[in-house]
Ligand binder design. Structure first.
Ligand code: NAP
Length: 256
């Protein structure tokens, strides 16, 4: 077993890309997925081991780091996955292993945007005006909160269907990226009057914001949760450069 391996906490396009590029560059890499998606996209690179499922909190993750000889943790989870980020920072500190985060930049409202920024999904549900046709793009896990609003119609887009059906919803199952033309058709065909989004950032799901601006559709934008203070990089290139510049000699497979 190598003395030092890199654990990439995933569930994002960037995590998969980083793991692939680390694997191709000769780093012993483990990509960890929570197991929420039945058919996740997996890395296409030699030398990347994929593990699926929780660690059992910060203590479980700390034990994993030590037993698996992990020398660097890269938290490349989604900006809204807060628990795992806090666990990663705590576990890395306990195991005396560095922890970096890869987190894409947040979207910023520009001219013509009508954003109402809210703190969480509960506030987003409450902010939707009666009678709205709300295009809700927050994923599957918290979508049932919108069932409480019998006075609105929800157009809910997610990768896989939720466990329970939503009585007041049209369900769209689709995986990003989403094109500008596709979003234009969706807003028009489904007569969207308001958009509900998490401030996930990135290009793959940004077209809906451009269409909302074009059509003067307001956006209820859920702000990002707080994350622990660890060195953070916003692109895969920057993250790779930091790893290779600082740590290449002791993390290459050939060096172990
Ligand atoms: P979360 O609330 O931060 O994490 C809940 C628990 O899930 C964690 O305590 C951990 O279990 C487990 N977990 C989360 N990410 C993991 C990973 N990469 N590898 C192993 N275990 C993981 O996370 P969440 O919001 O439920 O998101 C779950 C996954 O979906 C994340 O990997 C995230 O990147 C991805 N995702 C989330 C969103 C979102 O909007 N939240 C959107 C797109 C993708 P233990 O405590 O047992 O270790």
């Amino acid at each position: 077993m190598p003395a030092s391996r890199i654990l990439v906490l995933g569930g994002t396009v960037e995590a998969r890309s980083l793991a692939e590029r680390l694997g191709n560059a000769g780093y012993e890499t483990v990509l960890s997925l929570a197991g929420r998606t039945a058919a996740p996209l997996l890395p296409r690179a030699n030398g990347v081991h994929v593990r699926i499922g929780g660690f059992g909190g910060a203590d479980g993750l700390s034990a994993y780091l030590q037993s698996e000889h992990i020398g660097l943790v890269v938290d490349a989870t989604h900006p809204f996955a807060a628990a795992i980020s806090h666990n990663a920072a705590a576990a890395a500190a306990t195991a005396a292993v560095p922890c970096f985060r890869l987190e894409r930049r947040a979207w910023i409202a520009g001219p013509g945007d009508d954003w109402r920024i809210v703190a969480d999904v509960t506030a987003a549900v409450a902010a939707i005006p009666p009678g709205a046709r709300a295009f809700v793009t927050i994923g599957r896990q918290e979508i049932t909160a919108f069932a409480a609003r019998g006075d609105i119609h929800v157009i809910a887009r997610m990768i896989e269907a939720p466990a329970a059906a939503l009585p007041n919803a049209t369900l769209i199952l689709a995986r990003p990226p989403f094109s500008l033309d596709g979003e234009r058709r969706l807003f028009a065909d489904l007569a969207v009057t308001i958009l509900v989004a998490k401030n996930s950032g990135g290009d793959a799901t940004a077209a809906k914001l451009a269409v909302a601006r074009e059509r003067r559709v307001p956006v209820i934008m859920i702000a990002r949760p707080r994350k622990p203070a660890v060195p953070t990089f916003s692109t895969v290139d920057e993250m790779l450069a930091a790893i290779m510049h600082d740590r290449a000699p002791d993390r290459r497979k050939s060096a172990s």
